[in-house]
Design a binder for this molecule. Structure first.
Ligand code: FAD
Length: 410
């Protein structure tokens, strides 16, 4: 069976859903594929709270309708623009409600293949149905980009996994769990495992864990010195939020460096007490050796390059983050991959999110090296969906397959 559409969106997270809500008003035929908020519902630990403040945790409608605040008011849930952490559960339920309201035509099937023939893009769905589309937006999020360092790859399997593999934490009750990575996902996961009744150890390469501070009343001067934005406080974040198109014009190496370094791995203040009371923390630790003996994983660390310490655990979790590498979006055909200009394995995009394959667009974290750190967070979905939806509507009649996108200088 096959069917056709003007625009296909792959992925129904904050970016895919916000773009679909914007396109609904354009009269273009749009299909959206993927399970709503799937990454948030399956790959983030239960009990987690968002690091983004309430006002920065919205999905986006062109009229600004149905914010997280509106959803919380409708359901009698506590909400504050800032200072009251948003539970993961609330954010997932809000995303699902947003989808039902504004993207009811969502097709929950997975896209298993994306290719192009002479007339259109060809999408294969998980039941082998074929859909053709004139233009495709990939909003597939972070799920494919989890990174495990080589030294842990050797023990990956039943006793060693990546943090993205854990939503339910019941399996760790009463177990020794070693979490490797002192960033937000590692430290917060260790705290949640400990709260569940597991015995968690965190090993971090740095010599201290820098928690974000709790919200505090700020003087006018402090607000001027470090303004509050959807990416946190400070002038650098302000620039990232206010001027993604200026960021786009910067030299490539500068852009990539800022995306790598801005907003480091600070865990949220909400887990600090649990970590300080109940989590074993090893600092200055680099993995030296790993082994498996029976049901036990053993990891030896070099501590500050002088001593060694070995931890044995029932399970090791590599909370070592994400590295965007477009080759890991395996549903994209080699033919399309070959034609896509990339820098550091991330797509080089036009000012309207178009790749060098005409008609193929990318949003979210895969676009961050072009438009800045804003695109790594749900907050950036407002800018991205406004800009891309108006471009798609404007260019609907001249079918982008025949128009070469323009790019910023490398
Ligand atoms: C532990 C953790 C905590 C975070 N906390 C925050 C936070 O507090 N605030 C914040 O703004 N950001 C946070 N982030 C970043 C977050 O990932 C992004 O903000 C957000 O998910 C971006 O939305 P997205 O739509 O690009 O991606 P996603 O939410 O990942 O959505 C992409 C969707 O595409 C689907 N998909 C992928 N491939 C296919 C396919 N082939 N077919 C169909 N569907 C497909 C996926 O299943 C997924 O549901 C956090 C990330 C992590 C790992």
């Amino acid at each position: 069976m096959s069917s056709a559409t003007d625009i296909a969106i792959i992925g129904a997270g904050p970016y895919g859903l916000s773009l679909a809500a914007h396109l609904a008003a354009t009269g273009l035929s749009v299909r959206v594929f993927g399970q709503p908020m799937h990454t948030w519902r399956t790959s983030m630990p239960e009990g987690m709270v968002l690091k983004s403040e309430g006002f920065a945790s919205n999905l986006w409608h062109p009229d600004g309708a149905f914010t997280l605040k509106d959803y919380c008011a409708e359901h009698g849930l506590p909400y504050k623009d800032a200072g009251l952490p948003v539970p993961l559960e609330t954010f997932c339920a809000y995303g699902a409600a947003f989808q039902k309201r504004f993207v009811p035509m969502l097709d929950a099937r997975w896209v298993t293949g994306l290719d192009r023939d002479s007339n259109a893009f060809v999408l294969r769905l998980d039941d082998d149905e074929i859909v053709t589309a004139q233009r495709v937006v990939v909003a597939a999020g972070i799920g494919s980009f989890h990174y495990t360092p080589e030294e842990l790859e050797a023990i990956k399997g039943p006793l060693c996994s990546h943090s993205i593999e854990h939503h339910f934490l019941d399996r760790f009750v009463g177990k020794q769990v070693l979490v490797i990575g002192g960033g937000a996902s590692g430290v917060e996961l260790a705290a949640l495992i400990s709260q569940k009744g597991g015995h968690a150890t965190v090993a971090a390469r740095r010599n201290r864990i820098s928690f974000c501070g709790p919200p505090q009343a700020r003087s006018l001067l402090e607000k001027i010195m470090a303004p509050e934005t959807g990416l946190g406080t400070g002038w650098r974040s302000t620039a990232c939020v206010a001027a993604p198109m200026l960021f786009y014009q910067m030299p490539r190496d500068f852009r990539h460096m800022v995306v790598r370094k801005h907003l480091g791995p600070a865990p949220g203040w909400t887990c600090r007490e649990e970590v300080e009371r109940n989590v074993n923390v090893i600092l200055g630790a680099r993995v030296a050796r790993t082994s498996i003996r029976g049901d036990v994983a053993s990891v030896s660390f070099r501590i500050d390059d002088c001593t060694e310490k070995t931890i044995e655990a029932d399970h090791v979790i590599s909370a070592t983050g994400f590295r965007v590498d477009i080759r890991r979006l395996r549903f994209i055909s080699p033919g399309i991959m070959e034609k896509m200009d990339c820098a550091d394995h991330t797509p080089v995009l036009s000012p309207h999110f178009e790749t060098s394959v005409p008609g193929l667009f990318m949003l979210g974290v895969t676009a961050a090296n072009n438009f800045g750190p804003l695109l790594r967070f749900a907050y950036g979905a407002g800018f991205a969906s406004r800009r891309l939806s108006s471009f798609l509507a404007r260019t609907a009649s001249r079918r982008s397959a025949t128009v070469k996108p323009k790019f910023a200088a490398a």
